[in-house]
Design a binder for this molecule. Structure first.
Ligand code: PAF
Length: 292
């Protein structure tokens, strides 16, 4: 017998993989899933709205995943506000929230990890060794608990989206990965839970990241196809802002993320990471012929 989900009384809260799997067995049918690390913003809520529009049942997970943070990264201080998140998800009308603990996800003796190979060697994989091993592992574990029909990921974490797509294809997971557009603040800054780390001066300067991408996209639209010229257009904008330090700019094949040289003759991803003090801001834009 199926227990109907009842969003009017608030989402069901499941805190262990076994409880989540039981809930799923009791709620068969198409299900949309939004995995998050909490501290929800409008970008997450846009994923939830899309999932709700496309599925009769919806689950959101909140789990700050320790295995995707490297030593010295911000795992401990990553922003958390469970009560606020739950209240936003109740208003959004999700059916269930999966809130596992690190001890339930990685009990003593845990030793199994998922590695997506070539795709994770560059860009964020190079800057944050082990990061995508943690992401792929936790996402597979979340998928195994929730058994979604569709899972929703933002395009802001462009490499993450490609890593998850690759894992789903390679491991024959019967899940549709739905990419969703970047949600931005009115001044163009891509929404991210980590934006709270920015000082007021850094926050005021941060829209330069979007401006750098727009400048390269404008050059692309005007017919520029030289990979290095497009990267340089973005670099020039970032170097005009004293608070911004460019960590990398990449113009890569949109699917494999292999860096492109010479004439760009295929869909490409222009991505960059800019540091404001210790805070890394990621952003990207897809360059395709129809933009011309
Ligand atoms: O994008 C995120 O918030 C995380 O990397 C994810 C996909 C929830 C895995 O922890």
């Amino acid at each position: 017998m199926t227990t109907p989900a009842n969003p009017a009384s608030g989402p069901d809260i499941l805190t262990t993989p076994a409880a989540m799997q039981r809930w799923r067995r009791d709620h068969p049918g198409e299900l949309g899933f939004v995995p998050t690390m909490g501290y929800l913003h409008d970008g997450h809520l846009a994923l939830v709205r899309r999932a709700k529009a496309e599925n009769p049942l919806n689950v959101v997970s909140i789990f700050v995943n320790p295995t995707q943070f490297g030593p010295g990264e911000d795992y401990e201080r990553y922003p958390r506000d469970e009560q606020r998140d739950l209240s936003l998800l109740r208003s959004a009308g999700v059916d269930a929230v999966y809130l596992p603990s690190p001890a339930d996800m990685y009990p003593p003796g845990y030793q199994t990890y998922v590695t997506v190979e070539a795709l994770t060697r560059r860009l964020e994989g190079e800057a944050r060794p082990g990061h995508f091993r943690g992401v792929a592992t936790v996402v597979l574990k979340l998928f195994n608990a929730v058994s979604p029909t569709r899972a929703y990921f933002g395009r802001k974490d462009a490499q993450q989206l490609r890593v998850i797509r690759r894992m789903v294809r390679d491991l024959d997971l019967p899940i549709e990965i739905v990419p969703c557009d970047i949600v931005r603040e009115p001044d163009g800054l891509a929404m991210s839970s980590r934006n709270v780390y920015l000082s007021p001066a850094q926050r005021a300067a941060a829209p330069i990241v979007r401006r750098a991408l727009d400048t390269a996209a404008t050059a692309w639209a005007a017919g520029e196809r030289d990979a290095e010229a497009l990267r340089q257009a973005a670099r020039n904008v970032i170097s005009s802002e004293p608070l911004a330090q460019l960590e990398y700019v990449s113009l890569a094949d949109d699917e494999t993320l292999e860096e492109l040289e010479g004439t760009v003759d295929r869909p490409a991803l222009l991505s960059l990471v800019v540091r404001f003090g210790p805070t890394r801001l990621l952003d990207n834009i897809e360059l395709r012929e129809q933009h011309a």
